[in-house]
Design a protein around this ligand. Structure first.
Ligand SMILES: Nc1nc2c(c(=O)[nH]1)N(C=O)[C@@H](CNc1ccc(C(=O)N[C@@H](CCC(=O)O)C(=O)O)cc1)CN2
Ligand SMILES: Nc1ncnc2c1ncn2[C@@H]1O[C@H](COP(=O)(O)OP(=O)(O)OP(=O)(O)O)[C@@H](O)[C@H]1O
Length: 199
């Protein structure tokens, strides 16, 4: 039931994302970087995982470049195996990326592995309590579950266009919620991150 509801929601969400992406295109990455840096708590030594945007996804590249230039350790995901958590490898400006699973681009497998404390998460839609709809691979759910089991306080930060906010997304037991979402309009904290935070 929930899985079917998600499929329907995905179709609508993809359309909304693509319209927003076409409309905002080049202006969004700089705004997303600015809102993240102003609002999301970072400690020195934080490892921040980004992703390489594909198609109409909101693009965190400018944010990752700025974090890396500030001296933070940055990483990008590789699909190590289907139905397994993503593995994050260190990324530095100029590093070569290779074609990866599902049309993504990935760091080289011999780049050092690191365990992020902040994960920038791609998404099709998010809602007002931090539920998230992805492409249905379950990669980010598995990855966040594994990171959070290992260590409390791992932050999942959705990166999106504001038009990707949806109402009451379907949620299954294994869905991992977002702590924050950053869009071209601002940064919003959910759940315990919102009581700690300055949205
Ligand atoms: N940029 C990016 N990198 C990522 C993900 C992601 O969602 N976005 N992933 C998240 O798990 C992992 C790769 N897994 C993926 C699983 C499925 C699809 C997928 O179904 N893509 C659609 C097209 C999506 C679109 O229209 O934008 C497809 O191939 O038909 C993509 C990535 C790791 N890296
Ligand atoms: N922690 C987990 N352990 C095992 N399987 C999981 C886990 N999380 C999700 N899955 C599996 O992944 C499948 C897809 O999940 P879901 O539809 O929520 O993906 P998604 O959040 O849209 O995708 P993604 O996280 O890749 O962006 C589910 O059918 C589920 O069986």
């Amino acid at each position: 039931m929930k899985a079917e509801a998600k499929q329907l929601a995905r179709r609508a969400a993809r359309e909304r994302r693509d319209v927003a992406s076409a409309a905002l295109g080049a202006s969004a990455p700089g705004l997303i970087a600015r809102h993240f840096l102003r609002h999301v708590p970072l400690s020195t030594g934080s490892c921040i995982a980004g992703y390489v945007a594909m198609m109409g996804e909101a693009d965190p590249a400018e944010l990752i470049e700025r974090l890396s230039a500030q001296g933070h350790v940055c990483a990008l995901p590789r699909v190590a195996a289907m139905n397994e958590p993503l593995v994050f490898h260190r990324w530095r400006a100029g590093n070569v990326l290779l074609p990866g699973a599902h049309g993504t681009r990935e760091p080289q497998p011999d780049a050092p592995v690191c365990r992020p404390d902040i994960v920038l998460v791609p998404l099709l839609a998010f809602d007002s309590v931090g539920r998230r709809l992805g492409y249905g691979g379950g990669y980010y759910d598995r990855t966040l579950a594994a990171l959070r089991e290992d260590r409390a306080g791992v932050l999942a930060v959705g990166v999106a266009f504001s038009a990707q906010e949806a109402q009451d997304l379907p949620e299954e037991q294994f869905d991992e919620r977002l702590d924050w979402v950053v869009t071209e309009k601002g940064a919003q904290a959910f759940g315990s991150a919102s009581s700690r935070g300055q949205a």
